[in-house]
Design a protein around this ligand. Structure first.
Ligand code: 3MF
Ligand code: MG
Ligand code: MG
Ligand code: MG
Length: 386
């Protein structure tokens, strides 16, 4: 058991298994898996698909003929293995031209190029059959706030996304855009630093229905936030279009650790949320093998992400079927309010009833809620003794 199957909808970025172990202080330590190699390796492990930035596949300076050759070869591998490309994204962060942002750059020459590059990546995504287009504005931010008006930057961000939505409509691509927030790295501060901030931006767009979010475990944890809560808000808003699974120690540099490798309990509640609410999107891993690993370690890394998800999914089932846990939850969530005419909806009747309400404050305030017991039972499930 715990063997990944296509129906599990696991996907990996080409940049994840392609990662050669370079970091800001050190050189590459291994040869990353090339795109065609990645397709074969991941198909063998039971993944559903691969995702890519435009330039993970096609170099930024490729000629039209080179692009055609590369895309054909890649499609050959997809056809051979049955792997899908459900999501495509654009790199607006690697090339020096984007050093002060793409959509929010002060330089209109750069802003126009960022939009041009994105629509070309959308064309590529459409060719490969992708349904989701992720936008991560890694360079949309600042070190020197004197240099860029943040209100202006927000307007430019909105204008660019509105443009892309119109392009999507004009080409009948049917993409759903998913905005990925990150608080910092590579910029000192990135605009729209959290999933909640992205949800706020979406409500100001011309086509809010076309745009959702792509939350990433590491990004919210870097800021010390509760990822489970961020994803819950996105789910409630009907905006969880995609998700980046990985792990991260709180408050550190961007680590992109294997899913579930650091915060087991948080990973468990994330899986529980996705499974209980029947999330039907891709389970996308955006992480990379440790720099200590060779290519064999990359394969172990890829397997580990999926295996941990499936193990946690089994733990969720145990939790949901555990009689003692369910009885406790029943007790915690089964409290009754005796207040005829009041149903938490505002009306003339409910306001009348509420005005006459008298809580027994002392008794309710003194009741234990039993979270200690519940949490211990959760731990025992996670630790494998239940
Ligand atoms: C950076 C990221 C990005 C985004 C990607 C879009 C390189 O921390 O998470 O990965 O996920 O650009 O999907
Ligand atoms: Mg990331
Ligand atoms: Mg990263
Ligand atoms: Mg990501």
């Amino acid at each position: 058991s715990f063997i990944p199957k296509k129906e599990d909808r696991f996907t990996f970025g080409l940049w994840t298994v392609g990662n050669p172990g370079r970091d800001p202080f050190g050189l590459p330590v291994r040869e990353g898996f090339a795109p065609v190699e990645s397709v074969h390796m991941l198909a063998e492990l039971g993944a559903y698909g691969v995702t890519l930035h435009d330039n993970d596949l096609v170099p930024i300076d490729a000629t039209a003929a080179e692009r055609e050759r590369i895309v054909n070869e890649f499609r050959g591998a997809l056809n051979e293995t049955g792997l899908k490309v459900p999501m495509v994204t654009v790199s607006l962060f690697t090339d020096p031209v984007f050093k002060d942002g793409g959509f929010t750059s002060n330089d209109p020459r750069v802003r126009a190029y960022a939009i041009q590059k994105t629509i070309q990546a959308m064309d590529l995504g459409a060719e490969l059959g992708a349904q989701t287009f992720v936008l991560w504005g890694g360079r949309e931010g600042s070190e020197v706030d004197a240099g860029k008006d943040a209100v202006e930057a927000t307007k430019r961000y909105r204008e660019a996304i509105n443009f892309l939505c119109e392009y999507n409509i004009s080409q009948k691509y049917g993409f759903r855009f998913a905005l990925e927030a990150k608080p910092n790295e590579p910029r000192a501060d990135i605009y729209m630093p959290t999933t909640g901030a992205m949800l706020g931006l979406i409500s100001t767009l011309e086509h809010p229905e076309m745009v959702g979010v792509n939350p990433e475990v590491a990004h919210e944890r870097m800021a010390g936030l509760n990822f489970y809560h961020a994803v819950a808000q996105a789910l409630d808003a009907g905006k969880l279009f995609h998700i980046d699974l990985n792990d991260q120690k709180m408050g550190r540099f961007d680590q992109d650790l294997r899913f579930g490798s650091d915060g087991v309990k948080e990973a468990f509640f994330l899986v529980k949320l996705l499974e209980d609410y029947n999330y039907q999107g891709m389970l996308h891993f955006d992480a990379h093998a440790l720099r200590t690993e060779d290519r064999n370690g990359v394969i172990e890394f890829a397997k580990g992400n999926m295996r941990t998800y499936l193990i946690l999914k089994d733990k969720v089932k145990r939790f949901n079927e555990d009689k003692e846990i369910q009885a406790l939850l029943q007790e915690i969530n089964g409290k009754k309010l005796e207040l005829p005419g009041f149903d938490f909806k505002f009306s003339a009747e409910s306001i009348q009833a509420l005005k006459g309400y008298q809580i027994d404050r002392a008794t309710v305030g003194a009741e234990g809620i039993n979270y200690e017991r519940l949490d211990q039972l959760t731990m025992e499930i996670l630790l494998g003794v239940r």
